[in-house]
Design a protein around this ligand. Structure first.
Ligand SMILES: NC(=O)c1ccc[n+]([C@@H]2O[C@H](COP(=O)([O-])OP(=O)(O)OC[C@H]3O[C@@H](n4cnc5c(N)ncnc54)[C@H](O)[C@@H]3O)[C@@H](O)[C@H]2O)c1
Length: 283
């Protein structure tokens, strides 16, 4: 078992900020990195807001809030990214992810763990382009990461079983429930959930009804969030990239086909809550 003390989270967007909060709250020294200073500032604000809310509702003591804040550092400098566990939550794009890992491999210890929060890119494919494929593993959190308990843990072809052991234990330490999944397209949850989005978009495209009605009906039938609210929460762009990636990985099976209504939102920059506009408008 490796000893994890310092964690680097790359990408301070929707997922990275929540994951960093969870790590810092569990007493790990946490470095949150993003190339975009604005995204870092937004993440810092969001984390502190989440922590204050947790104190307000009695889930966290003021002392632990301050400890958590002290455990966090923020940076936009690659040279600062040295840790026992490096977990990336940057855009869903193979090249961006591989380039990131390549840029930090040399400055890290040979036994650091290189983890990806990818929703759909095969772990073996990310690992294949790197010098240390045995150190690469998938640790897939769910949104919002500071609340959702489930974490999928995915080994690539080359992942060292010792790394998996360490990661399984670490996931427990941060209070999450880890479930191992095979390196299959979309792993478990995204594979099942894909049709929730794809079919809802088809209903809209065929003008069966409007999107608010689709959300309302699904919510009243027991889903916590309708598909349009959920796509806005996830990020319409991220959700679209995941569908595209799964469509390719499933050999262009029609049931995974990305929808042009969603593509149009992405092109228009309406990426959901993070841009204040998506399928809905936000303040
Ligand atoms: N959004 C979700 O619900 C969700 C859930 C589980 C997993 N994921 C996965 O997590 C990853 C991140 O998704 P997200 O929704 O948080 O994305 P996001 O768009 O909200 O955030 C991505 C962040 O990465 C930054 N970035 C871009 N290129 C970078 C680079 N080279 N180095 C450092 N930072 C860079 C951007 O500035 C941005 O702040 C993706 O792989 C996605 O599939 C997303």
């Amino acid at each position: 078992m490796m000893n994890i003390k310092t964690i680097v989270i790359a990408g301070s967007g929707t997922m990275g900020s929540g994951i960093a909060q969870v790590c810092a709250q569990s007493n790990f020294q946490t470095i949150l990195f993003d190339l975009n200073e604005e995204s870092i500032a937004k993440a810092k604000l969001m984390i502190e807001k989440n922590l204050s809310k947790a104190v307000e509702i009695g889930k966290l003591s003021e002392e632990n809030k301050l400890k958590t804040i002290a455990n966090l550092t923020y940076t936009s400098e690659i040279k600062d990214l040295i840790g026992d566990l490096i977990l990336e939550a940057i855009p869903e794009n193979l090249k961006i992810k591989q380039d990131f890992f390549r840029s930090i491999t040399e400055q890290n210890k040979p036994n650091s763990i290189f983890a990806t929060n990818t929703s759909s890119i095969p772990i073996s494919q990310i690992a294949a382009g790197l010098v240390n494929p045995d150190r690469v593993i998938g640790i897939h959190f769910f949104n919002p990461a500071h609340i959702m308990k489930l974490v999928e843990i995915i080994e690539g072809e080359e992942t060292d079983p010792e790394i998996t052991k360490t990661v399984v234990e670490w996931v427990n330490t941060i209070g999450k429930s880890g479930v191992k999944a095979k390196d299959a397209p979309g792993f478990i949850v995204n594979r099942v959930a894909r049709h929730f989005y794809v079919e809802s978009l088809k209903i809209l495209e065929e003008q069966v009804t409007d999107l608010k009605t689709i959300d309302n009906l699904l919510e009243s039938s027991g889903f916590k969030m309708g598909p349009y609210k959920l796509m806005d929460l996830i990020g319409v762009d991220t959700n679209y990239s995941v569908t595209q990636s799964m469509f390719e990985l499933f050999n262009y099976e029609a049931r995974f086909r990305p929808n042009r209504i969603q593509k149009q939102k992405v092109i228009a920059g309406k990426h959901g809550k993070k841009t204040n506009k998506g399928f809905y408008d936000y303040d």
